[in-house]
Design a protein around this ligand. Structure first.
Ligand SMILES: Cc1ncc(COP(=O)(O)O)c(C=O)c1O
Length: 307
């Protein structure tokens, strides 16, 4: 991980090295934090944050589920994100806002622990590797099931719930795969350890509905809009593992993974990158690079003070 200079913490900047927490931080023991993964891209008009408001709205909803008051409005946090990107001089970077219950009383009731808010940024290339963007990743259907709406609601991004993804990731990695795809408790496809899943078959895109215990991904929503714009039909339907095996094309999408083709699932070939995936991927990268006016509304730039 490439360190940057400053981390925004509760309204002011601290140095990267000093952005520490107490060992009795509630979130460290019980997973009582919520976070976002966002990307800023360098565009011809300067650094732009992709769907920043939508990400921060999801952060606000995640915090609300765990009864945490952010203490800042979404526009205030948006300004803080732009400022953190600017002060660190990283126009293209990954942005990680986190809200968590800090040190205070120990025990499961978190209501008396302080809510801390921080924003870190750092340069981060292709999450699953540069090569994967062209050649795809080898996926394994995990033996661990995805958390459900009545256990740890997957609609939120709570830190503690990611131990589910970590189990799947460890398992797939030990078995020699690049990424895990999780099924939900009913056995339908949910999502990857940190990505949503799409299958292309007969020129139609299929993706699990958000009721299938996947995160309502912001990239997923963007891919659906891209697909419609390009004239493809998208069906949000329950998928079973063999739909992955026998898809013409399969790809993953997410803020970190962007649009990454899947080369195989449980060793059934689904790659190399197919024409639909390539077209969606190229459109996605044009959008985030500020080169597709049809989607200019998805990029958010810092508001400059009038001179
Ligand atoms: C489990 C999971 N599914 C899907 C996604 C993709 O979501 P997004 O496109 O909003 O980054 C993520 C990433 O945050 C994730 O962690």
């Amino acid at each position: 991980m490439q360190a940057t200079d400053k981390i925004w913490r509760n309204g002011s900047f601290v140095s990267w090295e000093d952005a520490n927490v107490h060992i009795l931080t509630h979130a460290l023991h019980y997973g009582t934090g919520v976070f976002e993964g966002i990307r800023a891209y360098d565009t011809p008009k300067g650094s732009a944050v992709f769907r920043l408001t939508d990400h921060l709205e999801r952060l606000r909803r995640s915090a609300a589920l765990y009864q945490m008051d952010l203490g800042y409005s979404v526009p205030e946090l948006a300004a803080a994100v732009h400022e953190t990107v600017g002060v660190n001089g990283v126009p293209s970077c990954y942005v990680r806002p986190i809200v968590f219950r800090g040190a205070g009383p120990m025990g499961l009731y978190p209501g008396d622990n302080p809510v801390e808010v921080a924003i870190a940024v750092w340069p981060w290339g292709a999450y699953l590797g540069e090569d994967a963007l062209e050649h795809g990743v080898r996926c394994k259907v995990s033996s661990f099931r995805r958390i459900g709406p009545n256990t740890l609601p997957p609609t939120a991004k709570a830190t503690g719930q990611y131990i589910n993804s970590v189990l799947a990731k460890l398992e797939s990695s030990r078995a020699g795969y690049d990424e895990a795809i999780l099924l939900n408790e009913e056995g339908y496809v949910a999502d990857g350890s940190g990505e949503n899943v799409f299958v292309v078959r007969g020129g139609v895109l299929y993706t699990p509905p958000t009721s299938a215990s996947c995160l309502p991904g912001i990239t997923r929503e963007t891919v659906i809009r891209i697909a419609h714009t390009l004239g493809y039909e998208v069906r949000e339907v329950n998928l079973v593992r063999t739909d992955l095996y026998f898809g013409d094309e399969v790809f993953l999408c997410g803020t970190a993974a962007e649009v990454t083709p899947v080369a195989s699932v449980d060793d059934h070939p689904t790659g190399p990158r197919g024409p639909v995936t390539k077209q969606i991927q190229e459109t996605f990268f044009a959008i985030v690079g500020g080169q597709d006016e049809r989607f200019a509304d998805l990029l958010e730039y810092p508001v400059r003070a009038a001179v």
